[in-house]
Design a protein around this ligand. Structure first.
Ligand SMILES: [Zn+2]
Ligand SMILES: [Zn+2]
Length: 338
């Protein structure tokens, strides 16, 4: 079968023929219908994220149909449309027992990170990771659920976004669009910050109360004004360059929580006095739990959260999607179709 293979940092992704996977005990094989391209995939190629596993099929936003089941999985599941959860924890550590497989220190698999993922015709995964997808959501529209929506759901829960909070979403990409909607659902007032007028228009369409365009507008001044001088309760950092981290820290109010979701080559620099006098918290959010993937599927299937797909691209034209994402030209996800 065809698969898009990663061969290590700073080496080009390559479309190759690899053996098709077979389902082991308690596993399924899914014929991939759509797989979203995430910034994390670019971090692999640039070398910023290097987990030391290569060659590897990337792709952790995966949607498809079950075409084979292993021992212990009901044959009735063949034909089911599913979204795949990309972590497979050890099942016995403290994190796994708490349902936090995303923090498992002994992962059995992490699809698209250390285990083959969805940029291929087929992918093999534990049957419990295959979450049924209602017919109301198309394959392409469902692709961003697996990371863009789940990351937003997890980060918003971790930050305890609540009624009346003012939330700043620093970065208007696919995860940012998820956060705008999830923060609104949790009762917050949302300010989205970005550079592109098209992305900010999309953020407003999805429910952002205010938007700030970096470049023409002075971001710290505008954010202070929009929060009545008080600062934000929660800032989600999806870009994390030195410049945006400065804005995020400046926008944070007393008791505020700064949550890192994205990262770049840049280090965070902050003087502790700012944190001390404001009792501010800097934290980070990674991935999601299986329960949060189920919540995310439900949110999208019921229409309460919308995914944003900029374009659908056949797998063999992956470079077009990689280039557009790298250049910041995508409003939402590029979804690869194997
Ligand atoms: Zn991702
Ligand atoms: Zn574990």
């Amino acid at each position: 079968m065809r698969a898009l293979r990663y061969h290590g940092p700073r080496r080009p992704l390559q479309l190759e023929d690899v053996p098709a996977p077979e389902a082991g005990p308690r596993e399924v094989v899914v014929k991939v219908a759509a797989a979203g391209l995430c910034h994390t995939d670019l971090h692999f190629v640039s070398g910023l994220l290097d987990l030391g596993v290569a060659p590897l099929t990337l792709g952790h936003e995966m949607v498809g149909r079950i075409v084979a089941v292993g021992a212990g999985v009901p044959a009735a599941r063949i034909g089911e449309r599913v979204v795949l959860y990309y972590y497979a924890g050890c099942g016995t550590c403290r994190s796994c027992l708490a349902g936090e497989e995303n923090l498992c220190a002994s992962l059995r698999a992490e699809h698209g990170f250390i285990t083959d993922g969805g940029f291929a015709e087929r992918v093999r995964a534990p049957a419990r990771n295959a979450v049924p997808l209602p017919a109301s959501v198309s394959d392409a529209a469902a692709a961003p659920i697996g990371c863009a929506v789940t990351t937003a759901v997890h980060a918003a829960a971790l930050a305890r976004v609540g009624l009346g909070d003012t939330v700043v979403v620093m970065g208007a990409g696919a995860v940012g669009f998820g956060l705008v909607q999830v923060a609104r659902l949790r009762g917050a007032r949302v300010v989205a910050v970005g550079r592109s007028p098209e992305k900010l228009a999309k953020a407003r369409e999805l429910g952002a109360d205010e938007t700030v365009q970096a470049g023409p507008e002075d971001v710290p001044t505008r954010l202070r004004a929009l929060t009545g001088g008080r600062g934000a309760d929660v800032v989600f950092e999806l870009v994390a360059t030195r410049e945006t981290m400065g804005w995020s820290l400046a926008a944070l109010g007393k008791g505020g929580r700064l949550v890192f979701v994205g990262y770049s080559e840049d280090d965070l620099r902050v003087h502790p006095i700012q944190l001390v006098v404001g009792e501010q918290v800097i934290t980070a959010s990674m991935g999601c739990t299986l329960a949060e993937l189920r919540q995310s599927v439900e949110l999208v299937a019921s229409g309460r959260v919308r995914t944003v797909v900029d374009r659908e691209v056949p797998l063999e034209r992956f470079q077009e999607a990689v280039d557009a994402l790298g250049a910041g030209r995508l409003v939402g996800r590029a979804v690869l179709l194997p």
